[in-house]
Ligand binder design. Structure first.
Ligand code: KG4
Ligand code: ZN
Length: 341
């Protein structure tokens, strides 16, 4: 590759295929030009979760079309792309390899840099798409199907995890409780809808571990919901599913709001951001909004569609890595798990 001039507002193609969404997006600087997604979630829902082999095949079917759509919606020719950013982990290996191999072909064919993106860093970077001026330091609440953490984002490339889950991730807890309530996969959005019809009448345990710390434990909460439902059934009483959903949602999310604001105050920052599928939850967005307002903090939330898996966030993190000159060799391999740094 020739010597590369780092542009201020590069055109970046982002590709995501770590789980059940095949996605491609194009950005110019922080401006989103296109954002396409083909999901196999409906097929996966029949199995009650993501079947890796089905996910890989669905990505293979969809990748060509999703990228073509992203380029045409953006009105960008292949030759105008400055770099291609792709999720290389964490995720399902067979699924990741589809996007990664496609991106390598693109990078090689066009002689443009390849950027390997850590999926979680993508979730954290989604907020950049909402504000031209957003810049660290800030506190980020990460809440997805695999992660729950309060993170101090010191700079675009430096993170300090203040605390996180000691067992299940919050999204995982939503999915497991949804199963108990006979709701489809993924459970989060279904619990949110059902909770709107219920009241927080059931008392459930707090999920905080350690005095004044930031560590969460969700397995106890999930067990408490299961025990409550079984107990009611054994006594021949009807479970009010909407009340269970509302009580669980509040127990699972209120603590995240509280700890995020505490993190911002402790670190002396004036801005809060968030990322991950659970941040699409309307109740959580509202509670975070209220709490930040009360504490005098600025809140920058990604759009709901940029909280669940998407390629716009991968392109956004691609921009961070591009600006830092962090490019990947064509030998980059997919990884099932990678740390945040
Ligand atoms: O970030 P994401 O799309 O995938 C991972 O990287 O894990 O997160 C998926 C998780 C699932 O557990 C799903 O149930 C949850 O996010 N989720 C929600 C909502 N939408 C998605 N949880 C609560 N309320 C929602 N509206
Ligand atoms: Zn994700």
């Amino acid at each position: 590759m020739q010597t590369l001039t780092i542009k201020k507002n590069p055109v970046i193609l982002g590709i995501e295929s770590s789980c059940d969404e095949t996605a491609a997006a194009v950005i110019r600087g922080r401006t989103l030009l296109s954002d396409e997604i083909i999901s196999s979630a409906e097929v996966q829902a029949k199995f009650g979760g993501v079947v890796p082999e089905i996910a890989s095949r669905a990505h293979t079917d969809a990748i060509d079309e999703v990228v073509a759509r992203a380029l045409s919606t953006a009105g960008v020719k292949k030759e105008e792309i400055d770099a291609v950013a792709v999720t290389y982990g964490a995720g399902l290996l067979g699924a990741l390899l589809v996007g990664l191999s496609f991106a390598k072909g693109f990078s090689y064919g066009l002689n443009i840099p390849l950027i390997g993106v850590n999926h979680i860093r993508g979730h954290l970077a989604a907020a950049y798409l909402e504000s031209e001026t957003l810049k660290p330091p800030f506190i980020t609440l990460l809440a997805s199907g695999g992660h729950t953490a309060v993170i101090y984002t010191k700079s675009a490339l430096e993170f300090e995890v203040l605390g996180g889950t000691l067992d299940d991730a919050v999204g995982e807890a939503f999915d497991k409780v949804a199963r108990v309530l006979s709701l489809p996969y993924p459970g989060g959005p279904h619990i949110e809808l059902l909770a709107r019809e219920g009241q927080k009448t059931i008392s459930l345990p707090k999920m905080l571990k350690g005095e004044g710390g930031y560590n969460f434990s969700y397995s106890g909460l999930k067990t408490a919901v299961i025990n409550y439902c079984h107990g009611m059934q054994q006594r021949g009483e009807t479970v009010n599913r909407a009340d269970v959903a509302a009580s669980f949602q509040s127990a699972a999310l209120d603590i995240l709001v509280q700890k995020t604001v505490e993190g911002a105050i402790e670190k002396g920052v004036d801005t809060v951001t968030a990322g991950g599928g659970v941040i699409a939850n309307g109740y959580l967005r509202e509670q975070l909004g209220n709490a930040c307002l009360k504490a005098g903090l600025k809140l920058v939330l990604p759009l709901k569609k940029h909280c669940t898996d998407n390629a716009a966030m991968i392109a956004a993190e691609g921009l961070v890595q591009y600006t830092a000159g962090n490019f990947a060799p064509l030998s980059l391999n997919a990884k099932a798990s990678i740390p945040l740094r």
